[in-house]
Ligand binder design. Sequence first.
Ligand code: IPE
Ligand code: IPE
Ligand code: MG
Length: 264
Amino acid sequence: MDVVLFGRKKTVAPETSPSDLDETRIPKHVAIIMDGNGRWAQKRHLPRVAGHKEGMNTVKKVTIAASHLGIKVLTLYAFSTENWKRSENEVNYLMQLPVDFFDTFVPDLVKENVRVNVMGYTDQLPKKTQTAVNNAIADTAHCTGMILNFALNYGGQAEIVTAIQKIAQQVVDGNQQVADITTDTVDQALMTAPLAPYNNPDLLIRTSGEERISNFLLWQIAYSELVFTEGYWPDFDDAELRRCISQFQQRDRRFGGVKQPKNK
Ligand code: IPE
Ligand code: IPE
Ligand code: MG
């Protein structure tokens, strides 16, 4: 529904109850730009990092909710290649968060049958963060349910540059013909390749009222449905996730074709 808020038209997810969701049309891959941790804290006269701590608890709740809804891949933007510009104190805190998160949450992930995947330039992370990530991946490797995919030191432009380098090297090595490079070749060279067949998000959510992509999955969101919510990430919850999915279910995804009959 469209409403006018302070003279600006905003799209607001309509109120829904769990029974409003069409269980047969749950988006398979949901990606979230978890934004607004700093503002959540500042509003409470707390240091920005208090927002990141609370945001971590939201990640736990939303992961369980997404898994119960039957989502196949939940991709969470946790740290961008541009977030190194923040203060040393904040960056250090953000690098410790995965350690604390996995320390306390891996048993729940295993219980939920959720497998952890991480995409990004993880070799540039502090050793303790790399160890925490690698242990979580190993400890959940046997899980066959939802994939919890963290974008950590991830940037869409850098990812595309890396993919171009990989493909160019294949050409140099004689393993790829230039004329044979297709969208599939690119898909396979991107960091989302291990998520196949759910490489591309069906639904992309950004919290906190900002309406931009901030270098998130640039190639992969070509046909994603975008939902922007007003609340800060620490206040996001199961009900808000359901409202976003309800909005998704009201969209007509046409992929360049013509209008599909409702409930395709
Ligand atoms: C998102 O919240 C978390 C990260 C980018 C790590 P922010 O820290 O960007 O919060 P705001 O946008 O400054 O409120
Ligand atoms: C995007 O949020 C990155 C993450 C959520 C990890 P930012 O807060 O860094 O984005 P900008 O700076 O507002 O575009
Ligand atoms: Mg932000």
